[in-house]
Every structure is written in structure tokens, then in C-alpha cells.
Design a binder for this molecule. Structure first.
Ligand SMILES: NC(=O)c1ccc[n+]([C@@H]2O[C@H](COP(=O)([O-])OP(=O)(O)OC[C@H]3O[C@@H](n4cnc5c(N)ncnc54)[C@H](OP(=O)(O)O)[C@@H]3O)[C@@H](O)[C@H]2O)c1
Length: 293
């Protein structure tokens, strides 16, 4: 798979990445997790995204991919969850990076995000300084922010982040096109999270979880015509070729789904008129729809 420049970070990433959130617990067996992670790399995909908060995910990446560390760009997120250390402090960020290195059995991380860090903490600055110090110490390559809305705007404007991860999909278009233009102009790498809007179209009823329920409502309200494409195809091709998006990290626990997503992207961008119609439809119905974290 061809790669794209990840902003001006010097890294290159594949347009499809693997969101490893669904490897969080035993609903995916250890053997299946190992197979899935290895097949993702075998298929030529080079970006794997995880987080401290994704249960077993980091540990499994370490267990099954440490011997292939040089083959992929490893993205994780920190800020919380260190025993005895208050969340969102300098010490918690540094300890979070150390813990991620240990769990993933490697000596450097590529992209480390502050995972939905609240705005007042960002403004205070010490958590960013902590990541910068880790970068200077060679423990990570790119200091990044993961989030949406006012926090994302602040993160872009502050000039201290090399990359961001934010929600971009059919039902979450707050960054299209203005923020993406700004991100591109500032040389930031952009990872689109939730690119399938949680694939809510596969549900028979409104999902229970907060974000998926809201995506369901928006999807129903927008009442898009997929023009004969499957919803997954429409969603993925819509997201992956947006100017400024380097990679979209689809989450799945099934290798067949991942392969299908890879095949889908070989179809290239949507027809320009369809792409624009989807954006216009979002704007027309946007009733204060915020980016969903
Ligand atoms: N930074 C943050 O705060 C944050 C928040 C949310 C997500 N993320 C990142 O973004 C990644 C993706 O987010 P997400 O998983 O919530 O949303 P998503 O990628 O938009 O959708 C995932 C859903 O799509 C389904 N799916 C994927 N490919 C499919 C296919 N070909 N056919 C049918 N169903 C398919 C998956 O089910 P199956 O398992 O059945 O395939 C899963 O239920 C996460 O893994 C994580 O890395 C970050």
C-alpha cells in the first residue's frame, strides 16, 4: 500500500490504519488478536493506533508485534490511569509514556497523543511540556493531541503539536474543510478516528452507547442517498481522500472486515459531486452538532 506524508513529521503512513480499540478484552481471543495484528501488517498497512484506555490492546500489541516493531508506525494515547499519580499532570504523562513502552515492549513510540485532554489542562501547558521532554529523550517521535472542538482548535493554534487525531466521518464533519485546511497549512499530521461513524447502519435500532447513538440520529436525519454504494464504502471513501487526512483508523475485530476496507479504498475517492453533496447535507442539517470524542 502506498504511504502518505504524515504532515511534516517525517513519518509516512498508509491511508488505512488499524484502530486497535476493539482488542480491549477477551471477546477477541488472544490467538485471534495475534493473528489480526500480524495480518494487518502482512497486508501492507503500517499504522496501528491504541491507547492506555483500551484495556488489553497495548499489551497485545507488545506481545504479538514487538518483533516487527520496525515495520509500523505506533500511535498511542496517555494522560490518565497511572496508579498513585494524579491524571493530567507532568508526572502522569511521563509515567504513561514509560508504561506504554513497557507494555508494548519497545524502546520508542512514534505518535503519542494527549487523550481527550481538557482545555484548562492544555492551557496550563505542563502536560505538553512532559511529552516534549519525552520526545527530547528519544522516547517518542511526534507530540500529538487527540480530541475535538475547542480543545482541537487550541491544539492547532498553540503550535506545539506535530499531529492530531480527531473524529471525521459522514456524521461528524466539524473539521471539514476549514480545520483540515489549517492543519495542512500548519504541517500537522491528521489521523481520522471513527471513520465509519461506528458503522451504525449495521444496527437494527438506535445504539446504546453515547457517540454511536448520536451518529445514528445524525445519519437518520441526513437521509443521504448512497448512490448504490454500501454505507461502509461511502463512508470510507468519503473520509480517506479528504485533503489533509493522512490516515483513517477503522476499528474492527475481524480480519475479513479489515481486508474488505482495504479493497474498498482501492476504488479511490468518491465522485466529486457526491463528496460535495455529503458535505452540503451535513451543513444543512447541522443543528449544533459537535465533534464526538
Ligand atoms: N482518540 C479517541 O478518543 C478515540 C475515540 C474513538 C475511537 N478512536 C480510534 O478510532 C478507531 C476507530 O473507532 P471506532 O472503532 O469507534 O469506529 P469506526 O472505525 O468508525 O467503526 C468501527 C465499527 O465498524 C465495524 N466495521 C469495521 N469494518 C467493517 C466492515 N468492513 N464491515 C462491517 N462492519 C465493519 C466494526 O465492527 P467489527 O468489529 O464487526 O468489524 C466496528 O463496530 C478506534 O479503534 C481507535 O483507535 C479514538
Amino acid at each position: 500500500m502506498q504511504t502518505r506524508a504524515f504532515g511534516s513529521t517525517g513519518l509516512n503512513v498508509t491511508p488505512l490504519g488499524f484502530g486497535a480499540m476493539h482488542l480491549n478484552d477477551q471477546r477477541v481471543s488472544e490467538a485471534d488478536a495475534g493473528r489480526l495484528l500480524n495480518q494487518v501488517l502482512d497486508l501492507g498497512v503500517n499504522l496501528i493506533d491504541t491507547a492506555r484506555g483500551y484495556g488489553l490492546s497495548e499489551e497485545r500489541i507488545g506481545r504479538h508485534l514487538a518483533h516487527r516493531r520496525h515495520e509500523f508506525v505506533l500511535s498511542t494515547k496517555v494522560g490518565y490511569g497511572i496508579a498513585g499519580v494524579p491524571d493530567w499532570t507532568y508526572a502522569c504523562i511521563v509515567a504513561g509514556v514509560e508504561a506504554a513502552l513497557a507494555r508494548m515492549r519497545c524502546d520508542y513510540l512514534d505518535i503519542v497523543h494527549l487523550h481527550s485532554c481538557p482545555l484548562p489542562v492544555l492551557e496550563q501547558g505542563e502536560v505538553i511540556a512532559a511529552l516534549e521532554d519525552c520526545a527530547r529523550a528519544g522516547k517518542l517521535r511526534v507530540v500529538a493531541y487527540s480530541g475535538d472542538n475547542a480543545e482541537l482548535d487550541w491544539s492547532i493554534a498553540c503550535g506545539r503539536f506535530g499531529a492530531v487525531q480527531t473524529s471525521i466521518n459522514l456524521c461528524d464533519q466539524q473539521s471539514i474543510p476549514q480545520r483540515l485546511k489549517q492543519l495542512q497549512a500548519n504541517g500537522l499530521g491528521v489521523i481520522a478516528k471513527r471513520p465509519l461513524a461506528g458503522a451504525v447502519w449495521h444496527s437494527n435500532q438506535r445504539p446504546d452507547s453515547y457517540c454511536e447513538a448520536h451518529y445514528w440520529d445524525r445519519w437518520k436525519t441526513m437521509d443521504l442517498d448512497p448512490q448504490g454504494l454500501s454505507w461502509n464504502e461511502l463512508a470510507l471513501r468519503f473520509c480517506a481522500y479528504l485533503p489533509g487526512v493522512a490516515s483513517c483508523i477503522v476499528g474492527t475485530s475481524k480480519i475479513d472486515h479489515f481486508k474488505h476496507n482495504l479493497m474498498t479504498l482501492t476504488q479511490g475517492p468518491l465522485d466529486a459531486a457526491l463528496q460535495q453533496r455529503i458535505q452540503d447535507t451535513f451543513v444543512r442539517h447541522d443543528d449544533g452538532w459537535v465533534g464526538l470524542i
